[in-house]
Design a protein around this ligand. Structure first.
Ligand SMILES: NC(=O)c1ccc[n+]([C@@H]2O[C@H](COP(=O)([O-])OP(=O)(O)OC[C@H]3O[C@@H](n4cnc5c(N)ncnc54)[C@H](O)[C@@H]3O)[C@@H](O)[C@H]2O)c1
Length: 347
């Protein structure tokens, strides 16, 4: 029996991020890169020089989408263009992988999710941390109860740039944190208060701090900034039995498990008024588990192709992306109304 012919995937948007996706497709045994497209022709030249197997280029995104030879389209253009490009691709009958966030409004994201379902097409969103082995490892620690009930999660995602003009740091950066935290906790936040400030560009917040409350009173604090001296991608999970730090910048030890906890059940039989405030602190080892390699972007592309071939809903589905966007939109509403407590499900 002949193997299936390779899938042809056209790629739109070859700026900072898009070439990573193009490279992963070019390396996949069951897919080929069809047309690569960018409004900026200099980006096309650069990518073609580095990936010689690419044969066709275009500066016309709609023609690239409507190309009858393409089975799927990968979109890595600025966020403000996602809604219209994804809609056009789904209506042209293509499977789509689009970068995060899926759209800038909840109703647009929902419309795209519904359209993908109606058209029977795969719509996957670039929540690439769902394909990160460290993130998957932390999820298994939480799921199996190894950390105990979770008290709170604190995430820091900072750097100096890249500065965007079509969305603020919350939409650009916290989309990763929400996708990770929703995945870890297996649920979505109930409410949020957020503060942010625009220092560089009026109306576009460079720094946002959002405090989410999840079911079971789990607190999740998400600090997003592209105006910071250091690049940090670190998330601390404090469980009642153990605590974990996931540090995506630490190649040798992305996960550290701290066998530390505070025991409030084992109090002495007799406690005086001072003693009631004493807690037993358990200071244990720090464990650095081996996390298998595998590039998350390549894992994401492999999964997208598998989902197309087997008609399976992706783990980074449009529904997951809608949940993320609801959380971002609620934080945005809170931020714009002086940090008022905002229900995530309001919109
Ligand atoms: N998953 C991740 O970790 C990750 C990392 C970085 C960026 N991103 C996402 O990728 C997307 C792109 O980010 P970036 O940093 O590469 O931005 P960028 O500005 O560096 O690149 C965007 C490219 O798209 C091109 N472009 C703009 N509008 C277009 C259109 N209508 N048709 C064709 N080309 C168009 C631009 O010329 C540019 O080359 C964003 O949604 C961003 O959030 C994801």
């Amino acid at each position: 029996m002949n193997p299936d012919p390779p899938l042809t995937i056209n790629c739109i948007g070859l700026g900072h991020w898009g070439p990573n996706l193009v490279r992963a497709i070019a390396l996949h045994p069951s897919a080929r890169v069809g047309v690569v497209c960018d409004l900026d022709a200099s980006r096309l030249d650069l990518v073609c020089r580095n990936i010689p197997s690419i044969q066709q280029t275009s500066t016309d995104p709609l023609a690239t989408i409507q190309d009858p030879l393409a089975n799927a389209v990968v979109i890595a253009t600025p966020t403000s263009t996602h809604y219209s490009l994804v809609k056009a691709a789904l209506l042209a009958g293509k499977h789509v992988l689009v970068e995060k966030p899926l759209a800038l409004r909840v109703n647009e994201a929902r419309e795209l999710a519904q359209l993908a379902q109606n058209e029977n097409r795969i719509l996957a969103v670039g929540h690439v941390f769902l394909f990160n082995k460290g993130v998957q490892f932390v999820r298994s620690l939480i799921e199996t109860g190894e950390l105990g009930p979770i008290n709170y999660i604190f995430s820091t995602r900072t750097n100096l740039g890249p500065f965007r003009t079509d969305c603020n740091a919350l939409w650009d950066l916290a989309s990763h944190d929400l996708s990770i935290i929703n995945f870890w906790l297996g649920t979505t936040p109930i409410s949020v208060t957020a503060r942010g400030q625009a220092f560089l560009n009026p109306q576009i917040e460079d720094v946002v701090i959002a405090n989410y409350t999840y079911p079971e009173n789990v607190l999740a604090c998400v600090h997003s900034s592209w105006l910071n001296p250091s690049k940090v991608r670190q998330i601390t999970v404090v469980g009642q039995k153990k605590m974990v730090i996931f540090d995506d910048m630490n190649v040798d030890a992305p996960i550290r498990i701290f066998l530390k906890s505070v025991d409030i059940q084992n109090q002495p039989e007799y406690v005086d008024s001072y003693g009631t405030f004493r807690m037993n602190i358990r200071q244990g080892d720090v464990v650095i588990p081996h996390i298998p390699g595998g590039e998350p972007v390549a894992n994401q592309i492999n999964h997208f192709i598998d989902c197309i071939q087997t008609s399976t809903k992706p783990i980074n589905s449009a529904d997951i992306a809608v949940d993320v966007i609801q959380g971002l939109a609620a934080a945005e509403r809170s931020m714009k109304s002086q940090s008022v407590l905002t229900l995530v499900s309001e919109e």
